[in-house]
Design a protein around this ligand. Structure first.
Ligand code: 4NP
Length: 153
């Protein structure tokens, strides 16, 4: 199973989501390949934001080795699940899908918790550390739900 997390810059939300879901899947003994990307290329090649790294470290998850990259159309073929963090990323990914099969791979990550609600993971970039912890809590709940769904299937 191959899973891609997508946000805008690929330095806050999606690398956090990648690190958390990788940790949860490893702990559940489920083999998977994880990656993350941004719809924008502003931070390509950069490590995650230092606040995201510090936040995740508090949960025992090291995301310092991740590097940002931009989402590309090749990702539709490379991944089974493409989880978007907010409505804007969601639209920007979906508009690049060319087939129904590609579209079906794309889902807002918080749909796992609140189906049909189109709820976004708020962008913590302009805020303080508290915002990063709020994001981490949401991502952990959604990741746990995803793992549970895989286990009951
Ligand atoms: P992310 O956060 O999409 O969660 O990685 C952002 C990072 C950088 C910017 C915006 C959002 N930026 O405008 O540079």
């Amino acid at each position: 199973m191959k899973i891609l997390m997508v946000c805008l810059g690929n330095i806050c939300r999606s690398p956090m989501a990648e690190g958390i879901l990788r940790d949860r899947l490893e702990k559940a003994g489920i083999e998977a390949f994880l990656d993350s990307a941004g719809t924008a290329d502003y931070h390509a090649g950069e490590a995650p934001d230092h606040r995201a790294i510090r936040c995740m470290r508090q949960y025992g998850i090291d995301i310092s080795g991740l590097r940002a990259r931009q989402f590309s159309r090749d990702d539709f073929a490379r991944f089974d699940f493409i989880f978007t963090m907010d409505e804007s990323n969601h639209r920007n990914v979906l508009v690049q899908a060319e087939t129904e099969e590609e579209k079906k791979k794309v889902m807002m990550f918080l749909e796992l918790l609140f189906p049909g609600k189109k709820q976004s993971v708020p962008d913590p970039w302009f805020g303080d550390m508290e915002g990063f912890f709020e994001v981490a809590e949401m991502l952990m709940k959604a990741s746990d739900k995803f793992v549970t769904q895989l286990q009951v299937e």
